[in-house]
Design a protein. Structure first.
Length: 440
């Protein structure tokens, strides 16, 4: 099976259970991925210099403008900024950096115009899946967060230009704190201005047509929960290592200012002590009550016996099995392995599955929203027509669970197949519990 096909099929699995361990493209050094401890993601799509193997230089085509120029030193700026943020606040942001050349693939464009050769597809998908995973983690863990997409520009070589589609990609930030939260002194842009940088356009002036055409990453992931900013760094500001080091510190300072205004700075030792004291007081009050806490959903409604059994079944579980593809004969069906940390009922038939995603340098727990329906005492996970940014839409699945087994079907558009296997103990305190599985 082609690597891209395996990648897409595995993405269908992650929407319901967990990203398959068979995904290997993200291990490639052409996409740098680092997990973070802050509601901040830094991306850089155009700083790479390595041509994708087997992919020729993109060519101009009728009605399609092709830009091949590298955003020099933006990869270094992204990596250095992440380090400087950690120095300032004690935690690291998420980081996704494209090391492949823009001549092979433009990761800041819609997929239908991002590349011209099929061999580039897995790298585009790997890059955007890493962003999507980080964004989902930020949404679920912090409610909202900041995405900073770094670029270089030559139109105004001594200025930093902003790209937000005139505020559309930061509309959540504007709703929370107004235009001052976007451009005022307690914002990333305001901080850069206070540190002596020329900002374009000035506060209150439209960004112009360029930002609507070129800010694909910000537009795709930005909105109500993610405040996505495209920073176009003037060429005079980042043409040496010394410039990069200085600018990284300044952007990191701006991120710190933003986090402080959003009350998202990491807790200090003093605040931890205060929290623990409050927790002790709460426990003292709880000790005065009789009985154990009844398992319930997010609205406080108690779980039924079957619902609690389902939650227990998939808590610290590993699904070990195989999958098939319709129309593809395979006498040695491919093994897969999915790790689930826990499942939680939200309300009604809406549940969340916390899946452990591990690929490349990524190892994060990602909550996946699903519906759970019941056939008598048998739970069935249902997902229909899910859209995954950068990978497409129409991801659909049905998977049922009974005792220690699971089975179901998956679809991506017109492509589909089956998946089945056993549910094994994945307790982190007993890592050898599923060592007898038949995965490769």
């Amino acid at each position: 099976m082609k690597t891209c096909d395996r990648f897409v099929r595995s993405l269908i699995a992650v929407t319901t259970l967990v990203l398959s361990a068979s995904v290997t493209i993200a291990d490639d050094p052409l996409v740098l991925i680092e997990t973070g401890d802050l509601p901040v993601l830094i991306t850089a799509p155009h700083g790479g210099t390595t041509m994708i193997p087997g992919v020729p230089v993109r060519e101009e085509r009728p009605g399609q403008r092709v830009t091949l120029k590298q955003d020099e030193l933006t990869n270094e700026l992204a990596i250095m900024t992440a380090k400087e943020v950690e120095k300032l606040v004690g935690k690291r942001p998420f980081l996704v950096v494209a090391e492949f050349s823009r001549q092979s693939l433009d990761a800041n464009r819609p997929e239908d115009i991002a590349y011209q050769h099929g061999a580039a597809a897995p790298y585009y998908q790997s890059y955007h899946q890493a962003i999507a995973a980080a964004v989902q983690t930020i949404r679920d863990s912090w409610s909202h967060g900041l995405l900073v997409d770094l670029h270089a520009q030559w139109w105004r070589p001594q200025a930093i230009m902003r790209g937000t589609r005139d505020g559309l990609t930061v509309r959540g930030l504007i709703e929370r704190r107004g235009r001052e939260g976007f451009l005022g002194p307690d914002s990333l842009f305001g901080s850069l201005g206070a540190q002596g940088h020329t900002l374009y356009p000035p506060n209150g002036v439209s960004e112009g047509e360029w930002t609507h055409v070129g800010s694909y990453t910000a537009a795709t992931y930005g909105g109500e929960q993610i405040d996505a900013l495209q920073l176009e760094i003037g060429s005079d500001l980042c043409d040496s290592e010394q410039d990069i080091e200085r600018l990284a510190r300044q952007i990191a300072k701006g991120i710190e200012v933003h986090l402080k205004a959003e009350n998202q700075l990491p807790v200090t030792e003093q605040s931890v002590s205060t929290t623990l004291a409050a927790a002790d007081e709460s426990e003292t009050v709880a000790d005065d009550t009789d009985g154990e806490e009844t398992p319930s959903d997010s609205k406080g409604n108690p779980l039924s016996e079957a619902e609690q059994a389902f939650a227990d079944l998939l808590t610290n579980a590993v699904l070990v099995g195989r999958f098939s593809i319709d129309g593809v004969e395979d006498t040695n069906l491919r093994p897969e392995r999915y790790q689930i940390n826990k499942v939680t009922k939200v309300r009604g038939n809406q549940w969340t599955i916390e899946a452990q995603i591990t690929y490349g340098k990524v190892d994060v727990a990602v909550p996946v929203p699903v519906e759970v329906h019941w056939a008598d005492d048998t739970p069935v996970i249902s997902l229909t027509g899910l859209k995954i940014p950068g990978l497409g839409e129409g991801f659909t699945t049905r998977v049922l669970f009974y005792e220690d087994r699971y089975a179901g079907s998956w679809y991506h558009g017109k492509v589909g197949g089956h998946m089945w296997g056993k549910i094994e103990n994945g307790d982190p305190e007993n890592p050898d519990a599923s060592a007898d599985s038949d995965t490769e």
